[in-house]
Design a binder for this molecule. Structure first.
Ligand SMILES: Nc1ncnc2c1ncn2[C@@H]1O[C@H](COP(=O)(O)OP(=O)(O)OP(=O)(O)O)[C@@H](O)[C@H]1O
Length: 519
């Protein structure tokens, strides 16, 4: 609102005035549709003091007085502080609420910027911060608002989701905070609300920017809707109905995409929401339209808004590429985080930028000298080596050192004078033999054998044990026994003379575990 035109009627009691049946039926039937979800939740009503939200507040007062509404919502008015007289509007809403005996709370918003979007964002933020977890916020959006929203999205090229408009019941989650937006009037025409407000002589605040035509929404309302109405006078109801139909269609699309995703996601390599991984072979078994739909859904997870179509197309092209290019990086700035999308072999990765920075944190080498008399220590003793940690993620190796020593003791002749357990970053030149190759390998060959993506190559740790013995001539003989190579997601047993038996390998895997966790 940029200027005010407060209608300065004396505030009248609305208790004895007739209720509008259409408006009441819409509210009460929406209430019964969501009665299970509404049960036990606190109700708030976002009231700008404008015609629509004041009319919704008035209807609640009337229905409550008639015993048709079990409780009164509490009004929430947000003072954006953008105009000099906004405090008078706040006072006006508070006075009206007091006269009608409906509780009211005025909130002061901090708006960053001057546009409508910034005001809306600040408004929702402050209301969300004020209400409690799982509370329900009533909004007075109606069919005309819905039709304008759909048209606005249509000219922006939205898909099924966008064209399904505003939802009558929308669960909003932000971090751990969850609350609900409830819009019971989405099928109600503005004209009905106006007539009701007039009958009740509601002292609503008239916002001249609503019809000024100087933003897209008010331009559509003032200039386009009347023209469309000359072609079909039910245009508003019809567009609102299309939105409802598309909303149902969206549910079907979501269910299909969810099902496809469950079969296509590679859960072994995931750490949500930092890294999501999709299997390209499974993706490509789907018809093209479902591949696109799945990518749209997969990319947009953990974000309030979906990715642009261009990004979905680019990711699809990346998935179809049949050369060995592993360098391509696609970037997406989401609302909550930014992401890089990459491909390695037959997997697509969506990685958040804080995850990628974590992958650049140097690994810590750790050494533990063990007593050579292993029998005095329990084989169940567990030592944790934190090899990389940040505010968000921790990677640690859990090792049972004495169980390992007992397993290996007999493999080397004589008694070891000293035993050292080492957890160290893989050196590019270090040659290791895994079960997947006939010979020891190092560097690129090793990465390729194990299928380690480029961005994970500085995130490999080797667990080994060194046995130090004195030879007959008094010199020290060191036997280095590599045991396990680990990345944050996978680990590979390493072969050596001392470990080359199935029984030993199985036990090794039990004694060394790699764990990656979110903080
Ligand atoms: N300053 C505000 N404080 C509290 N709620 C608000 C405020 N502004 C808008 N709302 C809520 O958001 C809904 C949609 O906002 P919109 O900008 O379309 O409404 P408006 O034209 O300012 O007011 P109204 O819908 O009450 O006529 C309103 O119906 C109302 O429920």
């Amino acid at each position: 609102m940029t200027s005010s035109a407060i209608i300065s009627h004396p505030i009248k009691s609305i208790a004895d005035l007739p209720v509008d049946e259409t408006l009441a039926t819409a509210l009460l039937s929406s209430m019964s549709e969501y009665s299970d979800q509404l049960h036990g939740r606190r109700l708030w009503l976002a009231c700008s003091g404008g015609r629509d939200s004041l009319a919704l507040a008035a209807l609640c007062v009337q229905l409550y007085q008639q015993g048709k509404l079990p409780c009164l919502p509490q009004l929430l008015h947000v003072d954006h502080g953008l105009q000099s007289d906004s405090q008078y509007w706040a006072k006006h809403v508070a006075n009206w609420a007091q006269a009608q005996q409906i509780p009211c709370c005025i909130l002061q918003a901090q708006v960053n910027g001057h546009d409508e979007q910034a005001a809306r964002q600040a408004r929702y933020n402050i209301m969300r911060a004020h209400i409690n977890q799982d509370d329900v916020l009533l909004l007075a959006h109606h069919a005309d608002d819905q039709a304008e929203t759909v048209l606005m999205r249509l000219i922006q090229g939205a898909g099924v989701n966008g064209l399904s408009g505003m939802q009558p019941w929308r669960v909003q989650t932000q971090g751990v905070q969850c609350n609900i937006l409830w819009r019971p009037w989405l099928t109600i025409r503005r004209a009905n609300i106006s007539a009701y407000a007039k009958r009740l002589e509601l002292p609503y605040i008239d916002d001249p920017t609503n019809d000024s035509g100087d933003n897209v929404r008010s331009g559509l309302r003032r200039d386009i809707m009347p023209i469309l109405a000359t072609y079909n006078h039910n245009v508003i109801d019809n567009i609102a109905r299309s939105a409802q139909l598309l909303s149902d269609a969206q549910e079907t699309v979501n269910a299909q995409a969810m099902q496809d995703m469950q079969q296509t996601e590679n859960t072994d390599l995931q750490l949500l929401p930092a890294q999501r991984v999709l299997n390209i072979d499974t993706l490509q078994k789907l018809p093209m339209y479902r591949q696109r739909q799945l990518l749209h859904y997969w990319l947009g997870q953990d974000e309030p808004l979906p990715p642009a179509k261009q990004l979905v197309d680019d990711v699809l092209t990346l998935s179809q590429r049949d050369n060995q290019d592993h360098q391509t990086e696609l970037f997406w700035q989401g609302r909550k985080a930014s992401y890089t999308i990459r491909r390695y072999r037959q997997q697509l990765y969506r990685m958040s930028s804080d995850w990628l920075s974590w992958l650049n944190v140097p690994l810590t080498e750790q050494v533990l000298t063990l007593s050579s008399n292993s029998s005095s220590h329990s084989a169940n003793n567990l030592t944790s080596f934190i090899v990389r940690s940040s505010d968000s993620y921790t990677w640690q190796l859990q090792v049972k050192p004495y169980a390992l020593v007992r397993l290996l003791e007999n493999s080397v002749d004589g008694v070891a004078q000293q035993i050292v357990l080492k957890v160290a970053p893989l050196d590019r030149k270090q040659r290791l033999k895994t079960e997947m190759a006939a010979r020891p390998q190092a560097g690129k060959k090793l990465y390729q054998t194990l299928g380690i993506p480029l961005w994970l190559r500085e995130s490999l740790m080797v667990v080994s044990i060194t046995l130090i013995k004195k030879s007959e001539d008094g010199s020290e003989i060191e036997t280095d026994i590599p045991l396990l190579l680990a990345s944050p997601f996978e680990s590979w047993l390493l072969s050596s003379e001392q470990t080359d038996s199935d029984a030993k390998s199985n036990q090794l895997a039990e004694y060394i575990k790699s764990e990656l966790s979110l903080k």
